[in-house]
Each structure stands twice: as structure tokens, then as C-alpha cells.
Design a protein around this ligand. Structure first.
Ligand code: F6R
Length: 612
């Protein structure tokens, strides 16, 4: 949430920062702003709305500057407006600052500053922290770096901040706690950003800044210090990412590109790990902790949103194959109650971004209580990946569309491999079933390719029902979480109210909603409960509901009960969610596009939820 960019070096800073903001816009698009330093001092431009609005505003300006910071905002404190847009400028006019995160104790500090005569131009917590830093700077006659360090010792909350001073056309001061910061190292230049996407065009050498570190960044110098002023050695990592991964590649939207990438991303996720012929699953991180996982009295899965849905599917798979009790928790609930975690419990944290604040804090809490943390994460080097004891990357590549698609199927692929590996080693999964499931899993990329061929047909269905005000999504067993995910996608992208339910729960209340106007999407692929789902379909049909069903080829009964049918290849129920979710992603996508919405940047949302 909120994207931040910074540059210091020989290039013109404005184009580098503008391009960076465009790449980070998926993190928030309520407003955008840029601060540039040159011999005239600070030049700050900011506008409510998307980066394009700011670009238009700055079109005829020619500012010669080689250092600057830029921000794209997802509003927390204060409505989206020009005045609340970042960068903020301190009351003295000396410092500009951008911030990603939330300062929890800002109101106390604000009261103190108001007493000292400070006034505030915005409603943001950021301006409070900035004036707090400025106040320390003036009172102590210290360097900006020192003022930041002193201020941050009092700050409660999450932040990644970047600051520039009007009299220093070389230095960016940056600091983080809880919100991500990557620094790209070029030849005589440095790039700063919330993730690597604005950086890879220029350099592949990066440093991931750790919590409680301050970076003093000049064109040819990078110094890292902790809050105690001790120097830290920057750990340089090579980025394993290509430009093509962050471009649309001919698709109208990133979301569509990412849906269509799934055969490849699932394949990449399995590649080098699963050998279906030999019946082996090699996962270094899991192997290291295999004994602990196998003997865990309990597994707790922690995640949010789509990743939480992947966790629900994993609950079914792990209980089935490993016979270990599994609980699936919303990270935001887990972190604030007093959960019972025993030494030896295994926590599986699932996150695409690896930066979700609730998930990060929840695993820290579980870690303190002696749990082993296994991270299933997409973004390499992210905070959750680093906070976990062990884990496995999903290798889905950058996911830029705000609605998660390819990350979900990659998470399922990794979680299935973990479950099969542990189940087989534990002996709860016999060789024959293990070999069979390995083969089923290895066939998913090719079958996903076949599902994508149904795109035109799904688009027709989307156009037919795009004006419905409500949708229901129903499924049982492994397909119940898929129904939840289908409903979430529709809500996010098309702003249509949608609910996901276990199909059998309908008769306990929600069936009252069924009318001849209500589309009900059944995720009804062949599994152990198929006949039961067909009965649920009958119940909807009897009440004149509109049935749209996702079914397995060869099913001759469901079509007789359905207004529209999407037929996908047969697969074992354990792996089928990786296929049955794809039509639901496409349905949401086409409805959103037909309604004229910006599906890559749905309203009120942002990717990488780094605030609680
Ligand atoms: C839904 C979506 C969100 C994320 C959730 C968790 O399309 O994108 O619900 O799944 O914010 O994010 P990660 O997986 O990055 O922890």
C-alpha cells in the first residue's frame, strides 16, 4: 500500500521517478506526487488521482534535478485530495518526505507540536512525523540523519520514509519498519523503491533494507545504520526478474495477462521440485523442517484475502493426506486475540506480496510462542519470507493486477506439494496414491491451458449477466474455498455484491435470496460430493434461480439443471481447484471490463496491504 520511489545520481530524476510511480501504481492510486531538489531548493508537485493526472500537471515543466522522491498513495489518514497527497513539506520549508505505513502515536505527537505553534496543512500522520523530525533538527542543530534517528525511536507504527533536504542536492535519507524498501545500486547512482519493479530497468543489484535501519543514500555511497547509529553491512542481492515480467505483453490488462500466465506459472512452480515419473518432490526448505512438520500436533495457516482462500484449500488437502489437524486463521484476527500456540505447532504463512502487515505481525507473535514458521511467499526477499524459519517460494513472477490470480494457483501448487511430500514421508499417504497425485499435479499446467481456451465462451456468459446486482457462488469440499474466491474476485473487479457459501448451507438461510433474477455460480466439478452438489443445484432450480455451473467433462446431469455451463478437464479433487478457479477469474474480469471499470486498479483497493 502506497508506492515510494527515490533517485539520486547523474540522470534527470523526474523521468526515472515518474516511470517508477507508474510501475508502483498498483500499490495505491488515490494521489501521486514528486519532490525534486535543485539549486532553487525543493520543487514539490502533487495531485489527487492517478499518476497520469500528475504527469499531465507536470507536462510543460522542465526541472533540472538529479535527486528526487515520488509517492503514489492509498489513503489512510485523510481523504484522497491534493492537500493530503505526498510528498509533504515541513513547516520550515526545508524537508520533503514521503511515507508508506501508519504512525499509530501520531495524535500525541501532533498535540505536542500544536502546543509548540506548529500548524498542519494536511490530515495525515505523515506530516506529523515530518514536523516532529524538523522540530528535532532545528532544536538540536544536528544532521537530518540524526534527527530522523531520534524521531524514529519514539514512533509506534509502520513506516518506510524517504526524505530530501532543500540544501542537499545529493542525499536521500530513508528508513523502514514494517513497510518494504529496496535500494538498487547503479554505477554512481542509487534507486529506491517499495519493490524492485522500478529498479530492474537500471540495475539488478539490490539491497533489501531491514526493519529499524536508516539508509543514507548519495549517488556513489550507500550507508546503512541501525537506530543505535551502528553501521550495518549492506547485503547485496542479484534480482532474478526480467522486464517482460512487469509489462503487459500485448494484453489489455495485467489481470488478463496474469490469468493467462497460469499454465506457465504453475509449471514454473512445479519445475525442479516435482518429478511425477520418479515419484519425488524436492523442496529444500520443507525437507529441512520435515520432522517438525510431520510431528506437529497442529498446523495453523495464517493469511489474508485470496491467500486465506488458498489456506482453506490447503486445510482440506493436509488433513486428508497428512492427518494433521489444521486451523486456518485470518491474520488480522489471530494477531489481536490471545491465540493458544504451543511449542512445536507449525504455522504456515501464505502471502503473495510477503509484506501484508497483519500476516507479518501474526507470525512474529506465533514465533514468540515457539512455533515453527513456514512461509509460502511469492516475492523473493520480502519481509514475510525473511521472518519465516523456512518455506518455499511460489515462483509466480510479479503479480501487478491488484486482484490476485496467478498467485492463488501457484500457492495451491506449492501447498499441494508440501502436503504430498509430508503425507508420503509420514506414511499417511500410500505409494500408489502418492504416485497418482503427483501425476495429477504434473498435468495441471496442460489442463489449465485447455481451460483458458474457454475464454470466449466465458466472456459471452459475462455479458449476459453483467447487470445482475448480486451473485451467489456455491461449492462443497475442495470447491467451497474456490466459491469464496470466485465471489471475492467479482466483488473486487466488478463492484457487484457476491457471496460465497458452502452449497449445503444454503438451506440454513441464504436460499431465501434466490429469485429468477439471481445468478448462482456452482463450482461443481466431479468429486466425492458431486451428487450432493447436484441436489443443491436442483434446489436452486426449483426456486427459479439462474444456474451457471463449472463442471467436469463427461458430466451429463449438471447441464440439464444449468442455464450456462463451463466444462473443464477432469482432475482429482485435490488438484481441481487450480482449474476450477480459472473460469471464475475470467468471469469477474470480463464483467468488470464490460462495465467499464479499471480492472487492474479497482476502486478503494491496493496491492500489498502494508497497513493493518
Ligand atoms: C484479492 C487480493 C487480496 C490479497 C490479500 C493478501 O484479490 O489480492 O485479498 O490476497 O490482501 O495479500 P498477500 O497475499 O500479498 O498477503
Amino acid at each position: 500500500m502506497c508506492g515510494i520511489v527515490g533517485y539520486t545520481g547523474p540522470r534527470q530524476a523526474y523521468p526515472v521517478i515518474l516511470k517508477g510511480l507508474k510501475r508502483l501504481e498498483y500499490r495505491g492510486y488515490d494521489s501521486a506526487g514528486i519532490a525534486l531538489v535543485n539549486s532553487d531548493g525543493l520543487n514539490v508537485y502533487k495531485k489527487k488521482g492517478k499518476v497520469a493526472v500528475l504527469e499531465e500537471e507536470m507536462e510543460n515543466l522542465h526541472i533540472n534535478s538529479h535527486i528526487g522522491i515520488g509517492h503514489t498513495r492509498w489513503a489512510t489518514h485523510g481523504e484522497p485530495s491534493d492537500r493530503n497527497a505526498h510528498p509533504h513539506v515541513s513547516q520550515s520549508g526545508n524537508i520533503a518526505m514521503i511515507h508508506n505505513g501508519i504512525i499509530e502515536n501520531y495524535s500525541q505527537i501532533k498535540k505536542e507540536l500544536l502546543k509548540k505553534g506548529y500548524t498542519f496543512k494536511s490530515d495525515t500522520d505523515t506530516e506529523v512525523l515530518l514536523n516532529f523530525i524538523d522540530d528535532i533538527l532545528q532544536k538540536n542543530e544536528c544532521t537530518l540523519e540524526e534527527a530522523v534517528r531520534i524521531a524514529l525511536r519514539r514512533i509506534v507504527g509502520a513506516y518506510c520514509i524517504l526524505l530530501v533536504h532543500k540544501d542537499d542536492p545529493e542525499t536521500i535519507i530513508a528508513a523502514r519498519k514494517g513497510s518494504p524498501l529496496v535500494i538498487g545500486i547503479g554505477k554512481g547512482e542509487h534507486f529506491l523503491a517499495s519493490d524492485a519493479s522500478p529498479i530492474i530497468e537500471y540495475t539488478k543489484e539490490v539491497v533489501y533494507v531491514n526493519d529499524y535501519e536508516i539508509a543514507i543514500v548519495k549517488p556513489d555511497e550507500l550507508i546503512l545504520k541501525n537506530l543505535g547509529n551502528d553501521k550495518q553491512t549492506p547485503f547485496i542481492t542479484k534480482l532474478n526478474m526480467e522486464m517482460a515480467a512487469i509489462e503487459k505483453g500485448g494484453y489489455d490488462h495485467f489481470m488478463l495477462k496474469e490469468i493467462f500466465e497460469q499454465p506457465t506459472t504453475i509449471y514454473d512452480c512445479l519445475r525442479g521440485r516435482l518429478d511425477a515419473e520418479q515419484g519425488t518432490i524436492v523442496m529444500g526448505g520443507i525437507q529441512k523442517y520435515a520432522d517438525q512438520i510431520m510431528n506437529a500436533p497442529r498446523i495453523i495457516i495464517i493469511a489474508c484475502g485470496t491467500s486465506w482462500h488458498a489456506g482453506l484449500v490447503a486445510e482440506y488437502i493436509i488433513e486428508e493426506t497428512c492427518r494433521i489437524p489444521v486451523e486456518v486463521e485470518y491474520a488480522s484476527e489471530f494477531r489481536y486475540r490471545n491465540p493458544v500456540v504451543h511449542k512445536g505447532d507449525v504455522i504456515i504463512a501464505i502471502s503473495q506480496s510477503g509484506e501484508t502487515a497483519d500476516t507479518l505481525v501474526a507470525i512474529e507473535k506465533a514465533k514468540e510462542q515457539g512455533a515453527v514458521i513456514v512461509g509460502i511467499v511469492n516475492v523473493v526477499g520480502s519481509s514475510i519470507a525473511r521472518a519465516s524459519h523456512t518455506g518455499s517460494y511460489t515462483h509466480a513472477g510479479p503479480e501487478i493486477g491488484v486482484a490476485s490470480t496467478k498467485a492463488f494457483t501457484a500457492q495451491l501448487a506449492v501447498l499441494t506439494m508440501v502436503a504430498l511430500k509430508i503425507g508420503y514421508e509420514k506414511g499417511t499417504l500410500n505409494k500408489e496414491r502418492f504416485m497418482y497425485l503427483c501425476k495429477e499435479l504434473s498435468e495441471i499446467p496442460a489442463k489449465a491451458e485447455q481451460v483458458l481456451k474457454l475464454d470466449d465462451h466465458i466472456k459471452e456468459i459475462a455479458l449476459k449477466y453483467k447487470d445482475a446486482p448480486d451473485f451467489l457462488y456455491l461449492g462443497r469440499g475442495y470447491n467451497f474455498p474456490v466459491a469464496l474466491e470466485g465471489a471475492l474476485k467479482l466483488k473486487e473487479i466488478s463492484y457487484i455484491h457476491a457471496e460465497g457459501y458452502p452449497a449445503a448451507e444454503m438451506k440454513h438461510g441464504p436460499i431465501a435470496l434466490v429469485t429468477s433474477e439471481l445468478p448462482v455460480v456452482f463450482v461443481a466439478t466431479k468429486d466425492a460430493y458431486h451428487e450432493k452438489v447436484v441436489s443443491n443445484m436442483q434446489e436452486i432450480k426449483a426456486r427459479k434461480g439462474i444456474v451457471i455451473s463449472v463442471i467436469t467433462e463427461g458430466d451429463t446431469v449438471s447441464p440439464t439443471l444449468s442455464n450456462d455451463v463451463i466444462t473443464i478437464p477432469a482432475a482429482d479433487e485435490i488438484v481441481a481447484p487450480m482449474l476450477s478457479v480459472i473460469p471464475l477469474q475470467l468471469l469477474a474480469y470480463h464483467i468488470g471490463v464490460a462495465k467499464g471499470y479499471d480492472v487492474d486498479k479497482p476502486r478503494n483497493l491496493a496491492k500489498s496491504v502494508t497497513v493493518e
